[in-house]
Write a protein that binds this ligand. Structure first.
Ligand SMILES: NC(=O)c1ccc[n+]([C@@H]2O[C@H](COP(=O)([O-])OP(=O)(O)OC[C@H]3O[C@@H](n4cnc5c(N)ncnc54)[C@H](OP(=O)(O)O)[C@@H]3O)[C@@H](O)[C@H]2O)c1
Length: 283
């Protein structure tokens, strides 16, 4: 397949590049090559490459930053998706796009399924939901994957932040009233490849298996990295007073993915151990 990956230098985009390159003819584009908010730029990169599949991993992912930079956030996460959809429409090009657990309000007590009603609590979630709606309205062939709590080799993420902090201080305060599923971008990239190669379309939830709070996640990072001298204290979200409100519960059910592919995602603890091993942080 001829595949164009947009945002190929980002956390997920870079893992998708590595995975897909082994089996397909892959081109990557990112900031500097094009601007997803400019309709003509999107038309040009897609016409130039003439792909079978466009994978859009480009996004504005600074959740707190979105609260103050609403315009840019919607331009990248919503209008950008419309630009891609319009450039692919009528040409038989399949679009693969990503959304987030933050489109939900967290009031549910069981894992969110694809049919659940979105109700975002913050600007980032609202912009991603608008992107989903543009994709469905303006694209004729789409695969939409909602994922959550990503970490990976490239880019800023929770695992790196916790390891950096633990190198500087001996006590960390981490929130214990938000529950989700940490997801290794390398695992997500493999699952995306499976869906793309299987010709799947429609909406899928996709994360590593299991669930935890950010506090439990931080404790496991410390345990697997051998940082036994660091204390991780649980705190409520209210103590952090971050600009964007996060859902208290944003566990996604990957059941539809398993039924479609016959595969299950591995548990987040196993994926985390693997990530720390690969990045030389496992003790
Ligand atoms: N990270 C998470 O925890 C998480 C959770 C759920 C869903 N997701 C979704 O998963 C997808 C991938 O996320 P990620 O964390 O891998 O993102 P990321 O690391 O922030 O990568 C996004 C890429 O898009 C580029 N980009 C930003 N604005 C652009 C523009 N105007 N034109 C072209 N490219 C632009 C970025 O460049 P710069 O770095 O130069 O800005 C970056 O290379 C996104 O759709 C995100 O919403 C992420």
């Amino acid at each position: 397949m001829k595949i164009l990956i947009l945002g190929h230098r980002g956390m997920l985009g870079s893992d998708l590049m590595l995975r897909m390159m082994a089996a397909h003819d892959v081109t990557g584009k990112d900031v500097g090559d094009f601007d997803i908010t400019v309709e003509d730029d999107c038309g040009c990169v897609i016409a130039e490459c003439s792909p079978d599949v466009v994978i859009n991993a480009a996004a504005y992912t600074n959740v707190d930053g979105c609260e103050t930079d609403r315009e840019r956030c919607f331009a990248v996460n919503a209008v950008g998706v419309k630009n891609i959809a319009l450039a692919c429409r009528g040409k038989g090009i399949r679009i693969v796009h990503f959304s987030t657990d933050y489109i939900f309000d967290g009031r549910k007590e069981t894992p969110y399924v694809e049919e659940d009603e979105p109700a975002p609590l913050n600007v980032y979630g609202a912009s991603k939901l608008e992107g989903e709606r543009f994709l469905q309205a303006f694209s004729d062939r789409w695969l939409l994957i909602r994922t959550a709590w990503l970490y990976g080799k490239n880019g800023k993420n929770f695992v790196k932040t916790i390891l950096e902090k633990a190198a500087a201080v001996k006590t960390l305060d981490v929130v214990d009233d938000q529950i989700g599923a940490p997801t290794y971008s390398w695992d997500l990239a493999a699952a995306v490849q499976l869906l793309v190669e299987g010709g799947h379309e429609g909406l899928f939830h996709l994360t590593n298996r299991g669930r935890c709070s950010w506090h439990e996640f931080a404790c496991k990072i410390m345990q697997y990295a051998g940082k036994n001298d660091v204390t991780v204290r649980p705190i409520p979200s209210a103590d952090l007073a971050r600009p964007a409100v996060r859902p208290a519960w944003s566990v996604l059910s990957s059941r539809k993915f398993s039924e479609a592919t016959g595969k299950t995602m591995r548990f987040w603890q196993i994926a985390l151990q693997d990530y720390l091993e690969r990045t030389g942080c496992r003790k």
